[in-house]
Design a protein around this ligand. Structure first.
Ligand SMILES: Nc1ncnc2c1ncn2[C@@H]1O[C@H](COP(=O)(O)OP(=O)(O)OP(=O)(O)O)[C@@H](O)[C@H]1O
Ligand SMILES: [Mg+2]
Length: 431
């Protein structure tokens, strides 16, 4: 379906929809178009801070007032200790919009369902709220780490993946019984806006769906090239420490004064600060490679532009992007928070503020952070890729095969698709 038809459909329907499509088909773009014109009361949520900022929304955890391990520990208990104003808010929602739904696990969906049913005194799934879920299941799955937590003062190995499989039969949003009860239709966006080269698109699609052959791998591996020296590229790697290492060693190799800028912030918890889009401490030098983290309100640059620092003062960092120079000031981010006002309208209010230069070192980023982004020229480090969809997310950030480079060859084991995702997608397509 094309984007305009999808928009029309979403504006007319009361049904629950999973709006999907390959990377770059404009899912997030469509979400924004919809939320701007729908007359219905809605909230926009996402599983991670970055994804939430990307669509000007709130994280699921903060909106539903969840603590980190809340979902699985006791989903059924949820919904009985809600505050009056939280209940009032949940009663007003007509449409619940979530972006990057592939990263949302089923226990969280169950909690959402429970809270909405209880608050709204409505036994239908999700208390009768319409769901519009955006995302691509062939991209990053929920993060399901093995954590050691203290339980009755004893260290306890908490293996989320195993627990989700035991309790829900899988780790994806559609494994939640409430989704199965609610029923969900699929809209698949077809046109890709990020890339246009048919050869690259074919390779990306083969890797996305695990339909690759030896030739696919060979053609991608033809890009194991030294990156050109005078070119603005970004390295994408699976592990954070690889990324930090590349960035800090590159910064250290520049023989210039080191500037350190601490963010000013209020209303954020420590873990939210760790997950902020902009660095808490920005260390930067003239000559550093940086990436912009916002769409410039004046329209000069967009989120994800890469450039080089030309000059630094206390108030202004001057960055060259392409052949243009931009003076960049500190930027305020607002943490959005939804409440219901006295007339029963849902209002968005800023609940926290974070002020920092909208820049980060950009010799390298993690795959996780690159999700949702568009990059003009990329170098991918496939070593260390460990999860389904990671290679596809990394490769599909690039707009162009000629400006994509690999640090080492990709191996067939880097390409993996979860069989459940294939099955679920086929079922929805057939429906
Ligand atoms: N209708 C449109 N007109 C112009 N540009 C568009 C349109 N739709 C999408 N784009 C652009 O295409 C790029 C990809 O769009 P977007 O990020 O919304 O895709 P996505 O499906 O959310 O991708 P991902 O799966 O990677 O999150 C963005 O740069 C976006 O601005
Ligand atoms: Mg997106």
């Amino acid at each position: 379906m094309n984007q305009d038809d999808a928009l029309k459909l979403l504006l007319e329907t009361n049904d629950n929809y999973f709006i999907t499509g390959r990377a770059g088909t404009g899912k997030s773009y469509l979400l924004n178009r919809f939320r701007k014109i729908t007359p219905r009361q809605h909230v926009v949520l996402a599983p991670t801070g970055i994804a939430a900022i990307n669509v000007n929304g709130q994280t699921i955890h903060s909106f539903f007032k969840l603590r980190p391990l809340d979902g699985l520990q006791n989903p059924d208990r949820f919904g009985y200790n809600m505050r009056e104003n939280h209940i009032r808010l949940l009663r007003k929602i007509e449409v619940l919009i979530i972006d990057e739904i592939s990263m949302v696990p089923p226990d969280i969906i169950s909690v959402i369902d429970k809270q909405l049913r209880v608050a709204r005194h409505n036994t239908q799934p999700f208390g009768g709220v319409q769901l519009l879920l955006f995302g691509d299941l062939f991209q990053l799955p929920p993060v399901t780490p093995v954590k050691t937590i203290l339980k009755n003062d004893e260290p306890f190995q908490y293996d989320l993946n195993r627990l989700l499989n035991e309790k829900y039969g899988g780790v994806f949003f559609f494994n939640a019984p409430a989704i199965q009860r609610a029923g969900i239709k699929m809209v698949e966006l077809q046109k890709i806006y990020r890339q246009s080269d048919p050869i690259f698109l074919k390779l990306l699609n083969q890797i996305r769906e695990g339909q690759h052959n030896r030739d696919t791998v060979k053609q991608i591996n033809a890009r194991v090239n030294p990156e050109p020296a005078n070119f603005d590229t970004i390295v994408i790697a699976s592990h954070r420490h690889t990324v930090d290492l590349i960035n800090s060693s590159k910064l250290a190799s520049i023989d210039q004064t080191l500037w350190t800028f601490e963010a000013e912030h209020s209303g954020y918890t420590k873990s939210e600060l760790d997950r902020q889009l902009a660095p808490l401490t920005l260390r930067v030098k003239v000559g550093a490679k940086v990436m912009t983290l916002i769409n410039d309100p004046a329209g000069r640059f967009v989120n994800g532009n890469i450039g080089t620092v030309l000059n630094i003062t206390n108030q202004i960092i001057t960055v060259q992007i392409g052949n243009k120079k931009f003076e960049i000031h500190r930027h305020p981010w607002n943490k959005m928070h939804y409440t219901a006002d006295d007339d029963g309208k849902i209002v968005e209010k800023p609940k926290g503020r974070f002020v920092q230069f909208p820049l980060t070192l950009a010799w390298a980023v993690t795959i996780h952070k690159s999700q949702g982004m568009t990059y003009d020229a990329v170098v991918i480090e496939p070593r260390g890729i460990f999860d389904n969809g990671q290679l596809y997310v990394a490769l599909s950030r690039a707009t162009n095969l000629q400006r994509l480079y690999l640090k080492s060859p990709i191996l067939p084991q880097h390409i993996s698709v979860h069989p459940e995702v294939v099955k679920f997608t086929q079922q929805l397509r057939a429906a």
